[in-house]
Design a protein around this ligand. Structure first.
Ligand code: HSE
Length: 404
């Protein structure tokens, strides 16, 4: 059997170990020798787990075991995941991961280390949970100029927004449910403030461009300011509110952004509910493609990890190339992106709204408070929005419309 180790026995890591046992016969169709998890690295003990006798607390036990050919890193976070991954690749041990934070920050470097050492670094589970999206971009779509990607890339926030919209839960109640279901990150800020989705669109954009899109360069907004009342207006307009990672090739260059958007019912992402993710890709030859599935959770994410493990097992001793190079892409000026904006503000600002934004369209909702107005602005650049809204005054909320 091909021997491997799992780093981190949390939700995803334990899912990987269990999945390999449950589906061992299925796995043998493609990897006839079979795959065996010999070591599990974790700080904790798991006295109630049948796998507890495989748990070690020392990474050196794994690194120095000549039988280990593959390491699966499901620890999350930059350290010690980076150090362990680097050391393994330098020894020629292939690594796969679900760790988007590590991939977004060190992807090109770790890919190069793998290439230099005749092994591979794979990260299918880092974006979209169980959805196959990394391998399609890296292999099936290499011939395409990818002109846009629109992704619902965070299961936790999509779950929270679905529960707020459909069950009328508060943000806190919906977040608690998501955490209890094992979807949320240890620190929910990464989910709700958009950082997780931002890292994921950075990874997808890098694969689409073949160069590095730095997540630090991407404007990023989360959902913590979105309220039940915003959903009331969206419903009235026949729209949904979704946290999107967006990459678009414009004449001005590459635009990448993470933010909540309102989108119409005819958009393919409109009906993506609950913990599901979806990635809507447009290639200049293939046209539209839609990838859909569970974006978080134990077995869906473990499934993507195990697909990498199997590919690594079938290609031991070789390097699986990746289109993503270390050269950095300069993003176009985000201040020049144009959107229509949904705005809520105090009723006292009615005149100021017309004065500062011009031809606005008022919106009403069953949940409208007596003392507020809501409207849609004409198309404005982000810079124009910033200038006009400063002159206008405080807004209760502002959400971009996806397109018009
Ligand atoms: N917290 C992440 C999410 C997990 O909710 O999408 C999967 O990356």
């Amino acid at each position: 059997m091909i021997k491997m180790a799992v780093l981190g026995f949390g939700t995803v890591g334990s899912g990987v170990v269990e999945l390999i046992d449950i589906n061992q016969e299925v796995i043998r169709r493609a990897v006839p020798e079979g795959i065996y998890v010999k070591h599990i690295l974790d700080l904790r003990e798991f006295p109630d787990s049948p796998y507890n006798d495989r748990v070690t607390h020392d990474f050196e036990d794994i690194l120095n075991d000549p039988e280990i050919r593959i390491i699966c890193e499901t620890m999350g976070g930059k350290e010690p995941a980076y150090t362990f991954t680097k050391k393994a690749l330098e020894r020629g041990i292939s690594v796969c991961t679900s760790n988007k934070e590590l991939v977004a920050a060190f992807g090109p470097e770790l890919l190069k280390t793998a290439a230099d050492n005749h092994c591979s670094y794979l990260f299918e589970a880092s974006v979209g949970g169980g959805i196959p999206i990394i391998r399609p971009l890296n292999e099936c779509l290499k011939q395409e100029e990818i002109t846009s990607i629109y992704g619902i890339l965070n299961g936790t926030t999509n779950y929270i927004m679905t529960r707020m919209e459909e069950a009328g839960l508060s943000f806190e109640e919906a977040l608690k449910e998501a955490q209890d279901s094992g979807y949320a990150e240890r620190n929910p800020e990464a989910d709700v403030e958009g950082h997780d989705a931002c890292r994921k669109i950075a990874i997808l954009s890098s694969l689409a461009c073949g160069k590095t899109v730095r997540y630090e360069d991407i404007p990023c907004e989360g959902i913590s300011g979105i309220t039940k009342e915003d959903f009331g207006y969206a419903r009235k307009m026949g729209m949904a509110i979704k946290l999107l990672g967006v990459m678009k090739r414009e004449k001005s260059g590459l635009c990448v952004r993470t933010a909540p958007f309102m989108l119409k019912a005819d958009h393919p992402l409109y009906s993506v509910r609950d913990v599901f993710n979806a990635v809507f890709v447009h290639g200049n030859m293939v046209d539209d493609l839609m990838f859909y599935g569970r974006g978080a959770g134990k077995f869906p994410t473990a499934s993507a990890v195990v697909s990498d493990i199997m590919q690594l097992a079938a290609t031991l001793g070789t390097n699986l190339p990746c289109v993503w190079s270390a050269e950095t892409v300069s993003l176009s000026d985000s201040g020049q992106e144009r959107y229509r904006y949904f705005v809520r503000a105090d009723k006292g600002l009615q005149e100021a709204a017309k004065k500062n934004f011009g031809q606005i369209e008022y919106v009403h909702s069953d949940m409208s408070a007596e003392d507020e107005i809501a409207f849609i602005t004409p198309r404005l650049t982000e810079d124009e929005w910033a200038k006009s809204s400063t002159a206008f005054g405080d807004v209760i909320s502002k959400i971009r419309l996806l397109s018009d």
